[in-house]
Write a protein of this length. Structure first.
Length: 281
């Protein structure tokens, strides 16, 4: 399972200036959004921008993804047609409720070399389908979660508890996304941190996500990218320790438990060490 991009930066597809700025940022992936950040009256213009004005891909630069509108929306087919002439890496599918939705999108793009990133917790029904993604499609590359649309779908007055922390329902959605992505063998991507001016709050949330097993995070502003990239980049000490664990098991492949610098490590530590090295690459 590849670690995937650390930072996934959303940008409205109808703003050439913002797209240009995003593509010049240090984000690992840029998501050109045709859905929530584009008003209904501007969706046609956004699609035309994608088809005609998306700049040529730089020799080095972020991955390019497009968030299309939901499968059953009036805009979905037009979004796919607009993407046909674009040099992109994949599509972001909003409002996914089960693996069948990913399979449906994969069937619609079967002739394109695109991967799929599904946002999997935006409706009430979606919380009951997280295990189904593991048999959905080889095109599935990442799964992320979202609280804003889920909050609206549930009719919640707020997604936060009185102390300012996420309410139980939203913590549950986040955990189910993480477990579902790992079960499917794809990247687990943490949701957005809405206050892009609160750098310290973003750092705390992103570092916690990295500790829990997420390997990337959605961003809504270029200012968030550096913090996110740093949190999901292993430190030199972590890389050195991971290399030592892998080297020890390579030297004694039949061992179940080994001692490294006075610390006992077993096979789960080896799995984690390999993931650290994958992220470091």
């Amino acid at each position: 399972m590849s670690a995937g991009p650390r930072s996934w930066l959303f940008v409205p597809a109808d703003s050439g200036r913002k797209v240009e700025k995003a593509l010049a940022s240090d984000a690992d992936a840029v998501i050109l959004d045709l859905e929530d950040s584009v008003a209904p009256s501007r969706k046609l213009e956004a699609r035309e921008w994608l088809k005609n004005l998306l700049p040529p891909r730089a020799e080095r630069g972020p991955q390019r993804w497009v968030r299309v509108n939901p499968l059953d929306s009036a805009d979905y087919r037009a979004d796919l047609a607009a993407c046909d002439s674009c040099d992109i890496d994949g599509l972001v599918l909003p409002k996914a409720e089960a693996g069948a939705d990913v399979a449906r999108l994969a069937a619609d793009i079967v002739t394109r070399p695109w991967r799929i990133h599904a946002i999997v917790t935006e409706t009430a029904a979606s919380l009951f389908g997280l295990l189904s993604y593991r048999q959905s499609s080889p095109a599935l590359a990442a799964m992320s979660w979202g609280a804003e649309d889920l909050s609206a779908a549930l009719g919640a007055a707020s997604k936060y508890d009185a102390d300012g922390s996420l309410g139980f329902t939203y913590r549950l959605a986040r955990s189910l996304c993480l477990a579902g992505a790992v079960a499917a063998g794809v990247q687990a991507v943490d949701g957005v941190f809405a206050d892009f001016r609160d750098e310290e709050g973003l750092r705390r949330e992103t570092e916690a996500a990295a500790r829990e097993g997420f390997t990337g995070k959605l961003a809504i502003h270029p200012a968030q990218v550096a913090v996110i990239n740093a949190a999901f980049t292993p430190t030199p000490a972590e890389v050195e320790q991971a290399r030592a664990i892998v080297a020890a098991f390579n030297a004694d492949p039949d061992a179940g438990v080994l001692s490294i610098d006075g610390r006992m490590v077993d096979r789960p530590h080896l799995v984690q060490a390999k993931r650290v090295l994958d992220r470091a690459r």
